[in-house]
Design a protein. Sequence first.
Length: 759
Amino acid sequence: MAQLLIEIFSEEIPARMQLQAARDFERLFGDKLKAQGLTWETLKAYVGPRRLALHVEGLPLEQAAVSEEVKGPKEGAPEQAMAGFLRKVGLTQDQLVLENGVWLARIEKPAKQTAEVLPGILEEVILAFPWPKSMRSGMSSFRWVRPLKRIIFLFDGAVIPFEIGGVTSGNLTQGHRFLSSGEPFAVSDFKSYKQGLKDNFVILDHAERQSIIIEKAHKVTSEAGCALMEDHGLLEEVAGLNEWPTPLLGDMDPKFLTLPPEVIKTSMRTHQKYFAVRDLSTQKMAAKFLIVSNMKAADKGAEIKRGNAKVLSARLSDGVFFWSEDNRKGNFDQWLEKLKGVTFHAKLGTMAQRVARIEALAGNLAPLLRADAGMAKEAARLAKADLASYMVGEFPELQGIMGGYYAEAAKLPGDVRDAIREHYKPQGPSDSVPEGAVSAAVALADKIDTLVGFFAIDEKPTGSKDPFALRRAALGVLRILRQHNVRASLSDMVALWYQTLLIYAGPDQAVYVDTENWRGSAGPRWAEGETEVYENYLRDFRAGLQESPVWVIPTDRDYDLDIKFEHVTNAPKVDNARLSFRDYRTVSAEFADFFADRLKVMLKDEGVRFDVIEAAFAAKDDDLVRTIARIRALEEVLAGAEGEALEAGFKRIANILNAETKKGALPDHAPKVLPGAPEVEVTLVHKALSLAPTLDKQVDDERFAEALTALSALRPDIDAFLDGVLVNSEVPAERENRLALLNALRRLMDSVADLSKLA
């Protein structure tokens, strides 16, 4: 068994690409080795600012001989099919074997030296490497993330001849750009390679560099009475920027601590790649910063710290200016005015129009979350205002956070401040859900507007593509609904969004409708000022949107002025003056399916059985909280003896009914007690009829576990009935009544969950 060592040495690789590059190198090279029938003991990739390396232990010196059998066309197949197969396998027809009417090609691949196979593997991997961005160097057509400088290609201690992009393989590499001598040095195996790099001030392993940074950072901060404010994403980035990481603790001017801590931390992180530091005595941000240098300075980093402090002061001075300008009186109104000129999406209008929709949605959703509707509308109106501020313009990641600070400076109510700050939550699985009712209402309104809006313009996620992060938004909606126990159907939420398209056309404005295609109660063509007709139309719209309209909304005027709505069955060509949305029914159906899929994914991740999820979803309950309660109840009952009885009873009934369905339609009327019926039949009929209203009440009250337990209690009576009578009686009336009884029992079970979905 032999060792393989590869190093691809280049100019600096962007830090954000490094860890994925190491994973890709392992995956691609491992797959190619497997395809060649080569096995190994260990395979690991390493990555740093200027190198991508691979170390493989336990490779055989020689491939095993392979005997492969490939199926070809059937006997008598067209000549073209046979010719194509022969080209594929590289044989002639007389070399094929005919077995059971199928031509077979038996291909013997002799053993090869591994050293002969490896160059082809490396070339394929390099040419297919999935860098997010790559570049050409000089006149070569070869592409790599950055210009190539050297390649180490050692197998069993010997250099394998290889060339790509004008660079030939060897056994030489280089150390740190500044700390080492700058001269290349030779390596013979992985051990000498790793040690040689360390002697030349390069830590090869990315994980080891991270550990060094964390260990030394905690040491220097604790010595100063501070604590590092850890940031894993920043840690990964600085470990990718430094070959010889040296954490240094610098000082910043205390005057900058008047800025919100998020501004200081974001400025440090985004522009300078510094870690923020917390004072252990006050638990507040300290007037210090931690920089990870790539140098080992003779003055212990004093000059490095001084220079970086100067740069940070310049950055934070900008922050002080932005903070001062953004806190002027009346800025919220100015920012809202600016949003009228900011496009949210070409097909969804401006940010001002989006804010108007969110405001209306928040007011309608607030009662469902037991929140004050007026407070929710005011918070929603102001939630996006900080997008026009100087600070958010510089640091977009602070949107919402800065709005909360500006609301606090403007002395707005606490619930409004919290809602502005938290309305983007949750932004991912690790993010928290807004706890306050007003905050949750605004967050829900924000996400519903995003989701329904993009569905309404037919910009749904497809496959792995989700450019507007709608799946993440949907999971956020689900978490809010679950945590706040919001009792609302998805179709209601879609309808609420469509209603927002009408709210700015008040009774004193003109509303124009194509009444020839409208079958509602609006009556004749509307004229300006016909308040009663407008209110009737709005009432009908809220009651059901019965004609599934396509709405075309002119946007040549502001939403708070007189807006014209045209109701048409076929939307005219969309131009810059108009927004067009798909009909309500289509969007509502797609929206429900999309959320069902998201909820299934969420519950599967929580460990819920897939068949239990499918059984509960078959009830087609549009209330997601009720659906989850149904699933939990089904899980609970199935885990006990009642579950076994429930499933057994259902299966016996379903087997008979499924067989009878193939013969024709099942009787759908209520069962009766026929004269002379056996006692077991009479008992089961009485129990089925008496259980129906009780079960309906239990389902309405969401006592699903009780309903399932009641159904499981029928097991002895079902067994006694099926064992004691002949369902397919020769007497037609008896047969019909018994099938009606079984069908009624199955309907009772289906009202809670479709047990046929259970595995």
